[in-house]
Design a protein around this ligand. Structure first.
Ligand code: PEP
Ligand code: MG
Length: 576
């Protein structure tokens, strides 16, 4: 037997637990060439087909440009923005439509014109323009992808079970992944990007930050990926694959039976109640709720109702989806976070018009206040659905009182504008503020006076407090060991809220970290909201501690001034 070379092991950060096995495939936005459609379409219908595909390609490029600008800066985003503009170029369009009028298919015309322009640029004396010649190939690929209706993601579904590798991947791509993707491995990334949060929500094992993966891995080779330890084994032998499959079968045979029944309160040993709630990002996660018995949904990320849609859902469609969530949870409460577009979740162009660049820089509630018609309709859908169960609303990225008051006034006007039989019972719903930026934390006293509850979004609060992007791979250290600055902010917020009798939840990723949970309990937090897969473990941690011990631990932690000391304290105090 020929000797086999040993597998290569890459080490990254395990950000979504679970083991995946499959053939390695690379996720890339470029498409393979597709055959031109058969039959003889009329020239006019072919021109229309071309224009539609071009417009869709333009929308997609503008959306991707805004996302890249956010993630990597204006230089990188500008490249795609320029591609979007090139699609509108009059000469480019005229030449393509002329060829279609002469009987060419739209695909062939796009291919021929872009090739001609690319050749012209690469033949000239200007080296900058020579380099730009590939841009025409890229935009031709975009239009042809639209014409064929084939996306790089749908091509993946034909490859059998795969582990997908990429330099980076956006949240919208994760949503569209076919079910044969058994694991994700990225060269970049961190534990708190929205792509990672989604992978966890969808229970896709994921490892990020493996460095130059795409150089070391070959498409088609066997890969084992462990989203817990962060190991990725390339060119794994069949024996190894089988061992991992067995392990996978055993661990997926279900968690140990949970003695908690739906509705039972979760208590510490000495009787302190801490609610355990679910974070829900996608409608399909509702199916996971039965297994883990959350006391409600503490964070429903409504922007995902819009993000992966190709057109704007009507108000009735939005309402129906929200109502389904409310009815599924009733009588338990659902907290709907109003849309948080911006950063790595730019608003789709069909909501804003592709040219509305200014709004791409706004996030959360500020974006909504710039798009009042959309915001009012969005609020109406949630308010109307409140009659079907128990609903609360919270606003994301609130910086302080002025903006909160403005948004609250829009909510109150919207309630008043509804017919009596569609208004929420008692004419109001509980209204919360997400504490995600230091200014909101520092102004907690006034906000607590005017809001009904707080929910601390530690993913954003951490990045804005320590000045490190949440996509940064080193964030994992901070998110695991609770930087003293973040702890002090949380403490301050909880105290201010409690002085006004207002409950506070933590809904960022910190809420499920086993060694941090006792400290959060000790601070007096009222609820922890997390992705469903973490709930059983968080519940048993709370049941195993006493509030008295936790308060003591929190007191000690509040004295600490460095991350290293905090790590020491938490590791010593925790059996996990
Ligand atoms: C947060 O910032 O902690 C949060 C829960 O919101 P998101 O992760 O959606 O930004
Ligand atoms: Mg946030």
């Amino acid at each position: 037997m020929a000797p086999t070379s040993p597998p290569t092991i890459l080490k990254g950060l395990g950000v979504s637990e679970g083991i995946g096995t499959g053939h390695f495939a690379i996720f890339s936005r470029s498409v393979q060439k597709v055959p031109t459609p058969s039959g003889a379409p009329s020239e006019q219908s072919e021109i229309l087909r071309y224009r539609q595909a071009r417009d869709e390609a333009e929308k997609r490029l503008s959306r991707a440009a805004a996302q890249l600008t956010r993630e990597l800066g204006p230089q990188q985003g500008g490249i795609l923005g320029a591609h979007a503009l090139m699609l509108k170029d009059a000469l480019f369009n005229q030449e393509i439509e002329l060829l279609i009028q002469k009987g060419k298919t739209a695909e062939a015309a796009v291919e021929m014109v872009s090739q001609k322009l690319a050749d012209r640029l690469s033949a000239g004396p200007n080296s900058y323009l020579n380099e730009r010649s590939s841009d025409f190939q890229n935009i031709a690929d975009e239009i042809i992808q639209e014409l064929s209706g084939v996306s790089p993601l749908s091509l993946l579904s034909e490859l059998g079970e795969i582990i997908l590798g990429a330099r980076e991947i956006g949240p919208a791509d994760i949503v569209e992944l076919p079910s044969n993707v058994k694991g994700l491995v990225l060269e970049t990334g961190s534990a708190t990007t929205h792509a990672t949060i989604l992978a966890r929500s969808l229970r896709i094992p994921m490892v990020v930050g493996v460095g130059e993966l795409l150089k070391s891995a070959k498409e088609g080779e066997n890969v084992v990926l462990d989203g817990g330890s962060g190991q990725v084994i390339l060119a794994a032998g069949m024996e190894l694959i089988e061992t991992h499959r067995k392990h996978l079968a055993q661990s997926s045979s279900g968690p140990a039976p949970d003695s908690i029944m739906q509705g039972d309160p979760v208590l510490t040993r000495d009787g302190r109640r801490v609610k355990i709630l679910a974070n829900v990002t996608l409608m399909r996660e509702l199916e996971n709720l039965d297994d883990c018995h959350p006391e409600g949904i503490g964070l429903f990320r409504t922007e995902f109702l819009f993000l992966h849609q190709t057109s704007m859902p009507s108000e009735e469609e939005q309402f129906e989806r929200i109502r389904r969530v409310v009815e599924a949870l009733s009588p338990r409460r659902v907290v709907f976070r109003t849309v948080d577009f911006g950063a790595d979740k730019p608003a789709p162009p069909h909501l804003t018009g592709a040219s509305n660049q200014a709004s791409h820089d706004l996030r959360g509630i500020r974006w909504c206040l710039e798009h009042l018609d959309f915001f009012r309709a969005h609020l109406r859908t949630i308010l109307r659905a409140s009659r079907f169960g128990s609903v609360a609303i919270m606003f994301p990225m609130v910086p302080g009182l002025e903006i909160f008051r403005k948004a609250k006034a829009v909510l109150q006007e919207t309630i008043a504008s509804l017919p009596l039989d569609e208004r929420p019972r008692e004419n109001s719903v509980p209204l919360g503020v997400m504490i995600e930026v230091p200014s909101a934390a520092l102004m907690a006293s006034g906000l607590a006076r005017e809001a009904d509850f707080f929910s601390i979004g530690t993913n954003d609060l951490l990045q804005y407090t320590v000045g490190l992007d949440r996509q940064d791979p080193t964030m994992i250290m901070l998110n695991t060991f609770l930087p003293p600055s973040l702890l002090r902010l949380i403490h301050f917020v909880v105290e201010e809220a409690h002085k006004k009798g207002k409950p506070t939840t933590i809904c960022g990723e910190l809420a499920h970290v086993p060694i941090v949970i006792p400290v959060l309990v000790g601070l007096g937090i009222d609820a922890l909201s997390m992705e469903t897969s973490w709930i059983p473990r968080a519940r048993s941690i709370i049941q195993s501690v006493s509030f008295e011990e936790c308060s003591l631990l929190a007191k000690q932690a509040l004295e600490i001034e460095t991350l290293a000391e905090m790590k020491n304290l938490l590791e010593k105090a925790s059996p996990y």
